[in-house]
Design a protein around this ligand. Structure first.
Ligand code: SAM
Ligand code: SF4
Length: 441
């Protein structure tokens, strides 16, 4: 067997792509390994969303170049590939800056990896594939070779929203949805391999539309698959929350009471400059409708502070929105320029120390809300889907319906099952509880 090391950066969609690349290379004799030392192939599956993403990839490539030289000294060959959004954005620049790289493959082209590897073995020179063949890659994928209890399934890719701060529409291309047949087939294969929960992924997953199927209809289809007990989806855009999807949160019992619905800012001025195409009150009304269907739903969001032109009053409006909604948890970031995006050339960029100060205030408020939400579960009984053995001896770890990690002293045979747990306490990032004797839900 040849050894394959894949390093994944960024979001769950990249984690899904990394697993697919490993499945794709298995028939070529590659088995995954946890360390790059001595590997026959190393893939960096990159993300372009964070600041200085490309620079971090180049410094990692510098380290891998040394490992590649070690491998050559011992008579072997290490193929070095850069995949994902940095590959898409930088293209040929990568091999120009780091000639040790053999392959550059964009997120829509990785199904061509086997062919690219074969060509690299036959002829000298580097291969670069960064086309956007509309979702052709999904047709060429092999069935999943294994599955975790909670499995990712990409249903939609790309984005047409063009928020002024974001690179995704440039690196992942325009919105495309896979067919419902292909998705349901993959979900059944995952269930056969042990998946009990399916997490539907997409840059704009609730913009899903194929053959007249919406995301809500897809969730209804998934709910009928034997073995699948929980369904989640991420990431959604407020403008694509259709009536049927809102209704599904009340009507589809397998759809978990958890929704990641990024708002970015609570100021209408900033929302407009970001091209989010809704106001803060539109978002408040939307949340009210969702809570009307599912009052206990856990809400999460992404926030950007220090967007160009953001005033103290704008930032205060964000804090007010957070107080009004009450989040279970949330991600927050300082605005940072992405080359090629409209916001990067806007005037009135905000000073770093102002951004840092605002982020600190926002994160303290969000953390307070997270603790309040977690504390509100203490004393309750929750159905927990157990996923794996925990670090503490005798403990297993699962997730509550609200995606909170829950640790329990219990037998590993419960992994893959839902069991009722009485929540006893909270630590920084997790809940702890005891299995209930009476398991009737
Ligand atoms: N599609 C999702 C949406 O509409 O909100 C989010 C996609 S993006 C991969 C994840 C998050 O990264 C965004 O919600 C945003 O908060 C953050 N982000 C994207 N570009 C950023 C930038 N230039 N500066 C800071 N944060 C950014
Ligand atoms: Fe980026 Fe999301 Fe906006 Fe699309 S909707 S441009 S992915 S932030």
């Amino acid at each position: 067997m040849k050894k394959l090391f894949v390093k994944t950066y960024g979001c769950q969609m990249n984690a899904y792509d990394s697993a697919k690349m490993a499945d794709l290379l298995a028939p070529l004799g590659y088995a995954t390994t946890d360390v790059p030392e001595g590997a026959d192939m190393v893939i960096l599956n990159t993300c372009h969303i964070r600041e200085k993403a490309a620079e971090k990839v180049y410094s990692e490539l510098g380290r891998l170049k040394a490992l590649k030289a070690d491998k050559a000294k011992s008579g072997g060959r290490m193929l070095l590939a850069v995949a994902g959004c940095v590959a898409q954005a930088e293209g040929a620049e990568i091999v120009a800056r780091q000639p040790a790289v053999d392959l550059v493959v964009g997120p829509q082209s990785y199904h061509r990896l086997p062919e690219m590897i074969a060509r690299t073995a036959r002829q000298a020179g580097q291969r670069i594939e960064t086309d956007f063949p509309a979702l052709e890659k999904f047709d060429s994928l092999t069935p999943p070779s294994s599955s975790s209890v909670s499995a990712f399934l990409t249903v939609q890719e790309g984005c047409d929203k063009f928020c002024t701060f974001c690179v995704v529409p440039y690196t992942r291309g325009s919105e495309h949805s896979r067919t419902p047949e292909a998705i349901l087939r993959e979900a059944r294969q995952l269930a056969d391999k042990g998946a009990r929960e399916i997490v539907l992924l997409g840059q704009n997953v609730n913009a899903y539309e194929s053959d007249g199927w919406s995301l809500a209809k897809l969730c209804a289809g998934l709910a009928e698959i034997e073995g699948i007990v929980r369904i989640r989806y991420t990431t959604s855009h407020p403008r694509d929350m259709g009536d049927d999807l809102i209704a599904a949160h009340g009507g589809n019992a397998k759809l978990m009471p958890y929704l990641h619905l990024p708002v970015q800012s609570g100021s209408d001025t900033v929302l407009e400059a970001m091209n989010r195409q809704h106001t803060a009150d539109d978002y408040r009304r939307l949340i009210a409708r969702i809570r009307n269907q599912r009052p206990d739903i856990a809400l999460t969001s992404d926030f950007i502070v220090g967007f160009p032109g953001e005033s103290d009053a704008d930032f205060e409006a964000t804090l007010q929105l957070v107080r009004d909604i009450g989040y279970a948890t949330a991600f927050s970031f300082k605005y940072s320029k992405r080359p090629g995006t409209p916001a990067s050339t806007m005037r009135k960029q905000i000073a770093e120390d102002v951004k840092a100060g605002r982020l600190d205030v926002l994160q303290k408020l969000l953390l307070k809300q997270q603790y309040a939400f977690d504390d509100s579960q203490i004393g309750k009984r929750l159905p927990v889907l157990f996923e794996k053995i925990a670090r503490e001896p005798g403990q297993i770890m699962g997730r509550s319906p609200f995606l909170q990690p829950v640790h329990v002293q219990a037998d590993a045979s419960l992994i893959g099952q839902v069991a009722e747990v009485r929540i006893e306490k909270r630590t920084a990032n997790s809940l702890h509880g005891a299995l209930l004797q009476d398991q009737s839900a």
